[in-house]
Structure formats: structure tokens, C-alpha cells
Design a protein around this ligand. Structure first.
Ligand code: PMP
Length: 377
């Protein structure tokens, strides 16, 4: 039996997503831009997915743009805003713990003359809204803050920051990387006060290679790709109908159960913490208010990658730090106050509602075996 506990890296596609993808490969394979019936059937698939995703976010269908994934959504949001609104206002304020697709895009924008101000957690490992507000000024064009951190599940105070920023500087564009919160943490675009929100299909039991960007009506973006008229000309290129339809099908399946899954996964996390608490030389990073979908632990004295591969042999899958960094530390955990010893041995467990008690018991046993078998580094 497999014990997949790496759902922040990616999730297993659900049946509805697979069915929708196959339907669009086998039957509705037309180009949505074609004017005949095959084209219309494909267009209908895209429209339907757009409606479903808009409903889940609490926005209008025309406020959803499809992309190839959240990396592209983040690039488009940041570069598109900078190009549109950053001619005179050159300052961008961002949390210091963003995903590489935000961090690296901003590094590029720095070379274009933008001044990037990163806000860090305080020494208690927490973010405070006022630390963002203190650095936003009339030269700021954009504030970008992720909803839930992908490496430790920390929930950032996005609402408080965006609400206050909008009150004092209504022209500032607000962007939220919502990837690790979408369909996991209840939120609506209006309560978030975000102008732009990035989401990804494969984190919500869809298929890899599709994402979306919520673009509030009236907020303009310069495109980063040039071509046809698709997605209002902001994201040209023939739509990947099978992937878009599978994204829609996954969201349609997941959205109605958001609260039940939240409660279920919260119980799983509590149960795992209780199971692991009695283990020696194991540290649990139980962050206040974090997403119930992520739990970090450190098996002190054992390198995370060694433990990860040890567990993999027992069909237990989890991550050592962020999946995107392939073992190289991104510096995010350190920013939250973890020391070198903790980072070196940090393991990220990330749940889905498909996980069961057996997965937790297998993990505990695997970790105990690791302590008995592996050599201290
Ligand atoms: N942002 C966050 C917070 C993520 O966790 C990820 C995926 N690791 C991304 C962006 C990028 O998403 P995608 O894989 O769809 O490009």
C-alpha cells in the first residue's frame, strides 16, 4: 500500500479530472476558436470550467484567465502589473518567503529598475500586517503576498494587509499566490481584497500543466506573450481544452467538500502530532494558525534526504523541504527562524483528504525504523 504524504508538491488526479481530460481528447477535441460545432463544443468545455472555478473563488467567470500553471500565473501577475502600472511607481512590496516563481520573477524585475522590498517574519517566526503597511508608500505599484507558505503551511495575514493597503493607497495592485490555499482554506476574492490571485490545477487533484489567474474586473495587465485573441489577448495561444476541462472537473468535485475536508485533515494532523509526540529526538513544528494540510517535523541528527529515501523504500512519500527546490534550501525555513540543524533534517508532510490513519501509522513506524537503522550524520 502506498502512503502518499506529499500533497503540497502535487496531488493524485481525481476520477472526474481524468474523465474530463479523456472526453476532450476523444470527443471534444476541436479548437475553441473554430466557428463550427466542434469548435463550439470545445468552447463550451472551457466556458464550463471557467464558470466552476469562478464560483469556487467567488468571482465572475470573465475574471478568470487560464494559464499553464501557477508559475505562469505568478509571472503574468507580476510582470503584467509592473509593465502596466510601474512606469512611475517603481516599488514592489512582497513577503520574504514567496515561492521561487514569485521570487525569481521579482529578481528579473529588479534588473528592469524596480525596487523590491521584502518583508520578513519577526524573530517569533510570525508575520505582522503592520510590517507590510510600514513599507508601502505612494511609489508602490504592487504588493504580493502568498496565502499559505508551501514549505511549512504558514498562513500569512493577507486580508489584513490588502485591506489596509487599499484603504491608504487604493491604486496599489494586490496579488496573492493562492496555490496552497485554494480549496483547502476557505476564502473569497472579496474578503481577500486581492486584485490578482494565482491558482494551480495539479494541487487540487487536477492534472499538471494548467492554472488560472483571477484578474479583478477593471484591473489591467500587459501580456507577457503575444499572439491571438484568446483569454482577452492577455494570454494568447490555443487553449489546452483537456487540461482546462480537467481543472474544472476537479474543482467541481472538491469545492462542495471544502469544509468537511478541512475538518477531516485538521483531525489527521492532530492525530499525527499525538502519534509522533512521544518519539525521541523528533521535533514537531506546530505553527499557530497554519494550514492543517502541512506539517513539518525534524528527525534531529538525520539528514532529511536520507530519511526521505529510507521512507520511500517503504512506500511512504514526503518531501525534504520544498519540492521545487530539489533539496537545495530556499532560505524560507531559515527566515521563519529554523536553525541549520533543524533545516538539515526538516521533513514536510502534506495531507489530502484521501489520507487515512494507516498512512500515519506507517509513517510513525517508518520514522522509528529510520532511527534504529540509519547512522546519525
Ligand atoms: N506557488 C506555490 C506556493 C506553489 O506551491 C507552487 C507549486 N510548487 C507554485 C506556485 C507553482 O505552481 P505550478 O506547479 O502550477 O507552476
Amino acid at each position: 500500500m502506498e502512503h502518499y504524504l506529499d500533497n503540497a508538491a502535487t496531488t493524485k488526479p481525481c476520477e472526474a479530472a481524468k474523465r474530463a481530460m479523456i472526453r476532450c481528447v476523444e470527443e471534444n477535441y476541436g479548437n475553441p476558436s473554430s466557428l463550427h460545432r466542434k469548435g463550439l463544443d470545445a468552447q463550451h468545455e472551457v466556458d464550463n470550467a471557467r464558470r466552476i472555478i469562478a464560483k469556487a473563488l467567488g468571482c465572475k467567470p470573465q475574471e478568470i484567465l487560464f494559464t499553464s500553471g501557477a508559475t505562469e500565473s505568478n509571472n503574468l501577475a507580476l510582470r503584467g502589473t509592473a509593465a502596466r502600472y510601474g512606469k512611475w511607481r517603481k516599488k514592489i512590496v512582497v513577503s520574504g518567503v514567496e515561492h521561487a516563481s514569485v521570487k525569481q520573477t521579482l529578481r528579473y524585475l529588479r534588473t528592469e529598475g524596480f525596487d523590491i522590498t521584502e518583508v520578513m517574519p519577526r524573530t517569533d517566526g510570525l508575520f505582522y500586517a503592520e510590517d507590510f503597511l510600514n513599507v508601502v508608500d505612494k511609489n508602490t505599484c504592487l504588493v504580493s503576498i502568498m496565502l499559505v507558505n508551501n514549505e511549512n503551511g504558514y498562513r500569512l495575514p493577507v486580508e489584513q494587509v490588502f485591506r489596509s493597503v487599499k484603504r491608504s493607497f487604493p491604486d496599489v495592485i494586490t496579488h496573492c499566490d493562492g496555490v496552497q490555499g485554494f480549496l483547502k482554506i476557505p476564502f473569497r476574492v472579496r474578503t481577500l481584497q486581492a486584485d490578482l490571485i494565482s491558482i494551480s490545477g495539479h494541487k487540487v487533484h487536477g492534472i499538471k500543466g494548467v492554472g488560472a489567474l483571477y484578474q479583478k474586473q477593471g484591473v489591467l495587465l500587459n501580456p507577457i506573450l503575444f499572439g491571438g485573441h484568446q483569454e482577452n489577448g492577455v494570454r494568447p495561444g490555443t487553449e489546452s481544452v483537456p487540461l482546462i476541462a480537467s481543472f474544472g472537473a476537479a474543482v467541481e468535485t472538491l469545492f462542495p467538500t471544502l469544509d468537511d475536508r478541512f475538518a477531516y485533515v485538521s483531525d489527521l494532523k492532530k492525530h499525527l502530532i499525538a502519534l509522533l509526540q512521544s518519539m525521541r529526538e523528533l521535533e514537531i513544528q506546530d505553527i499557530p494558525g497554519a494550514s492543517p494540510y502541512v506539517l513539518n517535523i525534524s528527525l534531529l541528527g538525520y539528514r532529511s534526504e536520507t530519511v526521505m529515501h529510507f521512507l520511500e523504500k517503504r512506500d511512504i512519500f514526503l518531501s525534504s523541504g520544498s519540492a521545487c527546490s530539489k533539496g537545495a534550501s530556499s532560505g524560507v525555513l531559515e527566515a521563519f527562524g529554523a536553525n541549520d540543524v533543524q533545516v538539515d533534517s526538516m521533513l514536510r508532510i502534506s495531507f489530502s483528504s484521501e489520507n487515512q490513519e494507516e498512512d500515519l501509522l506507517a509513517l510513525r513506524q517508518g520514522l522509528e525504523e529510520a532511527q534504529h537503522t540509519l547512522l546519525h550524520k
